[in-house]
Ligand binder design. Structure first.
Ligand SMILES: [Zn+2]
Length: 249
């Protein structure tokens, strides 16, 4: 039987049959680099035994898990910080406006609401018609404002003069409400944007490191399984050989 080829393990300088290990050029780049970092004399033609290779592989897996973990923690810290930093309280615009409302403002709101309704127009038209009808027909002897209704004109002018500033007051209040709404929206948007940015970073990390790392881990596992299988095969052959030689003798 041919003498098995021997190679020297780069880690412990002992000789092993070449089936019991790998040459560094057969390894993946990251693993190779890691061995190279710790053993400066390593070249692609150096040999490493299965036992030490396993240590390096496990070390590599640990390293990937650890770096992913660190990165995740960093992103989570940023997210937490962003959430804590934002101490703007979203205000309840309706409540604030209701609480700070004065009696005059309440009245102006009510007047503006009533003045801008069909009810108001219909009542107003009805009053005008009745007023003119009474003063034209002199029904029941009423003629306090004969044609061309000068008193009515005076009333109408007064109502118009008062109504305009009241409506303006009410409009100012709705402008206040809009401004507060806009402020709320601005802060909420800002916060969402910030969170979105961090979530993006998280997703990028997941895509760009964690997923490739997970794949690499499973590749390392497959390699280890392959080696175990080869080892079992080798042992089985040896076993058969021993059995044969036992039968022969
Ligand atoms: Zn070794």
């Amino acid at each position: 039987m041919a003498e098995p080829k021997l190679a020297t393990c780069i880690v412990d300088d002992r000789s092993y049959p070449i089936e019991a290990g790998m040459f560094l050029y057969e390894l993946e780049k990251p693993l190779y680099n890691q061995i190279k970092n710790e053993h400066h004399s390593a070249t692609p033609k150096s040999f490493i035994c299965d036992h030490h290779l396993l240590d390096y592989r496990i070390g590599r897996i640990d390293q990937m898990i650890h770096s992913d973990d660190l990165h995740n923690q960093r992103i989570n810290r940023r997210l937490t910080k962003a959430l804590q930093d934002d101490n703007y309280e979203v205000t309840d615009v309706n409540k604030i406006l209701r609480d700070t409302q004065t009696f005059g403002e309440r009245v102006s709101d009510a007047v503006a609401r009533f003045g801008g309704s069909w009810t108001f127009i219909l009542i107003f038209v009805a009053i005008l018609v009745v007023w003119m009808f009474l003063n034209v027909t002199h029904l029941f002897g009423v003629k306090f404002d004969p044609y061309p209704f000068i008193l009515l004109n005076l009333f109408l002018s007064c109502i118009a003069a008062i109504q305009a500033p009241i409506i303006m007051m009410s409009q100012n209040r709705s402008a206040d409400r809009d401004r507060m709404d806009a402020e709320n929206d601005f802060h909420v948007n800002l916060k969402s944007e910030h969170e979105l940015r961090i979530l993006h970073a998280k997703l990028d990390h997941l895509n760009q490191s964690q997923l490739p790392h997970a794949l690499e881990v499973s590749r390392l596992q497959l390699e280890m399984l392959g080696e175990i299988r080869a080892e079992i095969e080798r042992l089985r052959q040896e076993h058969e050989r021993l059995n044969q030689s036992k039968e022969e003798s």
